[in-house]
Design a protein around this ligand. Structure first.
Ligand code: PLP
Length: 243
């Protein structure tokens, strides 16, 4: 696999990035009554090679996110051998034919977004005898190109996953449209999670994690502010998000 990444951050710099983020998360948390008691920092390592990811592992970080099953399958088995207690989160769109492999490599799924995927997942969990926590992803901006279930029908889908398929649904996830105020989307997700008694909220990235934390996020997904830019095809806009 070829990576087109700027790996200029040292282990020390990555440790500092993580510490700054934890501090900012804590500050945001203390500012809001809606904030969760605990916020998990998911270090999004997609497109970064193992040598770069290891800098975060050496700094003691253990929670990571990837958005492609294939890429995770190549990178993480060796890292799991070397470092214990890793928690790997699947945060990208998932095809039904990858569900089996996903379940082998990941500990949490953030992108459960359609009935067919839910059915395949339930079956595969039975088959492998492995159940992992799931977030239901909602397309709160109703964007054509973005994955996520229709927010208008969220209630029905949540109940379908929980009651009919007995999936371990722990929370909701969204990615706000880049041209909109993210707080509207975070507020919407928080209200829905409360209505359905769901404890977790996966929201907030490098650009908007402080706002997400103030609206009750329990899992922020941060890549650029930890590892630096993923200098690839479509990623140039992320250069703005450095700490
Ligand atoms: C890449 C990605 C992130 C991290 O984005 P940054 O802006 O680099 O922090 C978060 N969530 C999802 C779903 C992603 O695909």
């Amino acid at each position: 696999m070829t990576f087109t990444v700027d790996q200029k951050y040292t282990e020390q710099e990555i440790a500092t990035n993580i510490a700054i983020l934890q501090e900012n998360i804590e500050k945001a948390r203390l500012k809001s009554e809606l904030a969760a008691d605990k916020v998990n920092l998911i270090a999004v390592s997609k497109m970064h090679p193992p040598v770069h990811i290891e800098k975060a592992l050496k700094a003691g970080h253990r929670i990571f996110g990837e958005n492609k099953v294939q890429e995770a399958a190549k990178k993480w088995p060796a890292l799991r051998e070397k470092y214990k207690n890793i928690e790997l989160h699947m945060i990208g769109p998932l095809q039904t034919n990858k569900v089996g492999q996903m379940l082998q490599h990941f500990d949490v799924l953030h992108s459960l977004d359609r009935p067919k995927l839910a059915r395949v997942l339930a079956k595969e969990m039975d088959k492998q005898g492995k159940r992992i926590d799931c977030f239901i992803q909602l397309n709160t901006g109703n964007e054509d190109q973005k994955s996520g279930h229709d927010p208008e029908k969220a209630g029905k889908f949540i109940q379908y996953c929980q009651d009919e398929l007995d999936l371990p649904v722990v929370g909701l996830m969204c990615i706000p449209p880049i041209d909109q105020d993210p707080e509207v989307h975070f507020g919407f997700l928080l209200k829905l999670a409360q209505d359905y008694g769901l404890k977790c909220l996966s929201m907030g990235m490098s650009s908007d994690y402080r706002q997400a934390v103030r609206f009750g996020s329990t899992h922020v997904r941060i890549g650029t502010s930890i590892f630096g830019p993923r200098v690839g095809k479509k990623e140039h806009h992320l250069l703005e998000h450095l700490p």
